[in-house]
Design a protein around this ligand. Sequence first.
Ligand SMILES: C[S@@+](CC[C@H](N)C(=O)[O-])C[C@H]1O[C@@H](n2cnc3c(N)ncnc32)[C@H](O)[C@@H]1O
Length: 234
Amino acid sequence: MFPGEVFANTADFDSGIRQLLPRYDEMLDVLVRCIPSGAQRILELGCGTGELSLKILKRYPSAQLISVDYSPRMIEFAADKVRSAGYANQWKGIEADFGDWANYEINLIDGFDACVSSLAIHHLTDEMKFKLFQRIYDSLKKPGSCFWNADPILAESPALAEVYQSARDDWASGQGTTLAEIRSKIGKSTPHGYSNPDQLATLSAHLEMVEKAGFKTVAVPWKYYGLAVFGGFV
Ligand SMILES: C[S@@+](CC[C@H](N)C(=O)[O-])C[C@H]1O[C@@H](n2cnc3c(N)ncnc32)[C@H](O)[C@@H]1O
């Protein structure tokens, strides 16, 4: 399996991710709300089964969304959902590695009003995360455009790692299951392209990279234990 596909069976993703991660919908809803309402061209990195794509298209039905994912089975799943929801004309799925894009090895026709990503960029090394943030900055229309990423973050200390872990355990039991039960559906991933199994960085390291990449207003509109939505405006 590719890093980020998570579940051995793609059909388990949408329910499984909501059991595995506390407040998944709230996290994506905050990210979507941070996209300016006038955004016309939006780039999404690592669309997976299309849950974020659908939330964006429902809120901004006249926007054009270009969604990249290197996994054929995830893109296919997303495409089916987007088609059934009636947004086929506003959505384009591209099978590609966003690390290749960060390295200018593929072109996606720049000039985006917004770039978004959820639960995908944490698979890159920190060196590649920074290159990607710089590439995103270069691809955005200026001024007023933005980048928002929702991702797990590295706990700032072992004590906080325990706190974040206990929040996930409690969340799973609140959903009538256990992390062990959910994890039994998770497949084993091996490095693929530019992605590896989790390469977490602290929130402060992320913010430093976003600022160094050129973003002027850097912010964290949402954080819940070990998950955060962060990014900024150019
Ligand atoms: C955990 S899923 C998240 C999907 C969706 N954004 C969501 O929040 O439900 C991560 C997705 O990122 C994709 N991905 C991971 N690394 C990638 C890379 N280097 N290039 C393109 N896609 C990648 C995986 O294939 C997977 O579909």
